[in-house]
Design a protein around this ligand. Sequence first.
Ligand code: KIV
Length: 298
Amino acid sequence: MSLQKITVKKIIEKKQKGEKIVTITSYDYSFAKIVDESDIDLILVGDSLSMVMLGYKNTLSVTMDEMIHHTKAVTRGVSNALVVGDMPFLSYKVNIKEAVKNAGRFIQEGGAEAVKVEGGTEICPTIKAIINADIQVMGHIGLTPQAIYKFGGFMVQGKTIEAAKKLILDARNLQEAGVFSIVLESIPWQISKLITSTIDIPTIGIGAGAYCDGQILVIHDMLGIFTDFKPKFLKYFGNIGESIHNALVSYKNEVEKGIYPDQEYSYEFPQNDLNGINEWFESIDLEKEAQKLRKSFI
Ligand code: KIV
């Protein structure tokens, strides 16, 4: 299979052609390489790494430096997918100048091709400034995890007429500000269907039903590696956590019983010199020889 480089333009064209956009998160080189080789359109280096990679209780703790560190690892493993860096809490809402600078770090240091920011109409001036710096931006509305303390937890958003209206208008305004796509997180499918029908850029759903132009999941969630909690929308597409556990139990068992490593997994000393090293080992005062070697380094 010959894979082709995915660009922002191609992501938008997919919506125009009625083709679904398949996206996933990644946080390191090895996973990103597998994802890329699986013909996934877009990789988000999500701030969800705060929880699934770093063990924090939410996404508020991860820093710019940590995000850049992981973005660099991901981009080293990717040739085809579009890589988007997720701007962490406080990296773009303090002031616009800092937002542009931090967005630029994802591109210049991390090697990402675009950034994602959470928020609706209120964030549009910041989005415009980032785009003016020639950086592509993805929006994110609905349950925006950086605002969980405002929401009071990980709750479905847009469940009242007023809240739904706000989401629809936010999506229109994000499009007007210039984002190339919008993540819709944890909102009723009827509302994401309306949003998807009213904008020209693609919607990427997570817990937003079937009518989005594409879908995204956190890779550690869908592979069954991160199982601290399971939202309703999450489907396990693999049980890799259990596979890893079973492999580790086998490894422990084989090491404890002396089964691993056997000859098959061991290196050979050259047969011609085997007698020589064994004779030396039996005849020498090892402590004296070791001392001699230590002294030669003083
Ligand atoms: O951080 C993340 O992984 C995300 C996706 C779930 C959209 O924002």
